[in-house]
Design a protein around this ligand. Structure first.
Ligand code: SAM
Length: 279
């Protein structure tokens, strides 16, 4: 077991040989991942447009600041997390919330054929900055409305976009729709650490140091704002248990959460090969 990795004794063995916090109960109707953050926008209905505009304005700086932010969540980490979730050569992938393509790029490397990867994002600014291998397809869409046919993919990834989704239950139902039976889901997200000390340190880093550093390296004035919003959404986000229950409620099985360094959550699940018969 690597240092800092949290493996609960409850979980079964998973594809990476480690254990994973597991959920079998379901929770219907989980909508927004956090209450409206009124310091940024007035009401829930304004959030989607406000977030899209923020990502549009900061897209040109995203990769540079992401490298600065690092904290292990770089390309290497994304690639390892995809592999731990079962992504293999030859699979077809939909990467939702693809942004500048950091997850899609790693997915293309693993599957070996870039044309097998479709990246989806609502921000034209982010997609306009995407640096992905030739062949990777990029489309406008959202987690709640994915421009793909039923059963189009064998693997679906969502990298650090869960906190920006307006309706989580609708998004998980959409993930279930576009996956083939037996298809795998991998949701990467940063979670506020359980320990008060770790939480305080992470807050100091993300809410204090990174916005200051972003002021220096970023070309766009909105970047420090994005970084402050980044931490505020992490702090306000619904619990991992609620996320696990909402994924299960969408019809997924083997729903579990693997944690690295106490804050990098990897939610994994499988679409059943045979759907349970409704009562
Ligand atoms: C922090 S970036 C993550 C980008 C990339 N996946 C990564 O790993 O770096 C979050 C992305 O989520 C997108 N996003 C915002 N709302 C979304 C929604 N409802 N559905 C899907 N993506 C959304 C944003 O446009 C942005 O590109």
């Amino acid at each position: 077991m690597s240092r800092g990795r949290r493996d609960t004794p409850l979980g079964p063995r998973t594809l990476d040989g480690a254990q994973c916090e597991r959920m079998t109960q379901s929770e219907p109707g989980l909508r927004a991942p956090h209450p409206p953050l009124t310091a940024y926008y007035a009401r829930e209905g304004d959030r989607g447009a406000w977030v899209r505009d923020l990502f549009d304005r900061t897209a040109g700086d995203y990769d540079r600041v992401e490298r600065l932010l690092a904290l292990g969540s770089g390309s290497w980490y994304r690639r390892c997390a995809l592999q731990r979730a079962g992504l293999q050569s030859g699979m077809t992938v939909i990467d939702v919330g693809t942004g500048t393509g950091l997850v899609a790029r790693e997915a293309a490397r693993i599957v070996g054929e870039p044309a097998r990867v479709l990246g989806v994002d609502p921000s034209p600014g982010m997609v306009g900055q995407a640096r992905v291998p030739p062949g990777v397809r990029l489309a406008s869409g959202s987690a709640e409305s994915i421009p793909a046919a039923d059963g189009a993919a064998e693997f679906l990834s969502l990298g650090y976009a869960l906190r920006h989704i307006g309706d989580l239950s609708r998004a998980f139902a959409e993930f279930h729709r576009v996956l083939k039976p037996g298809g795998r889901l991998c949701v990467l997200e940063i979670t506020s650490p359980a320990s008060a000390w770790s939480r305080a340190l992470l807050k100091l880093y993300l809410r204090g140091i990174i916005p200051l550093a972003a002021r220096i390296v970023a070309r766009h004035r909105a970047m420090p704002l994005l970084m402050r919003y980044y931490w505020d959404t992490i702090e306000a986000c619904v619990s991992p248990a609620s996320i696990l229950r909402a994924i299960a409620a969408a019809g997924f099985v083997d729903v579990c959460r693997h944690v690295e360094l106490g804050m990098f959550s990897e939610y994994r699940a499988t679409k059943p090969r045979i759907e349970p018969r409704s009562a």
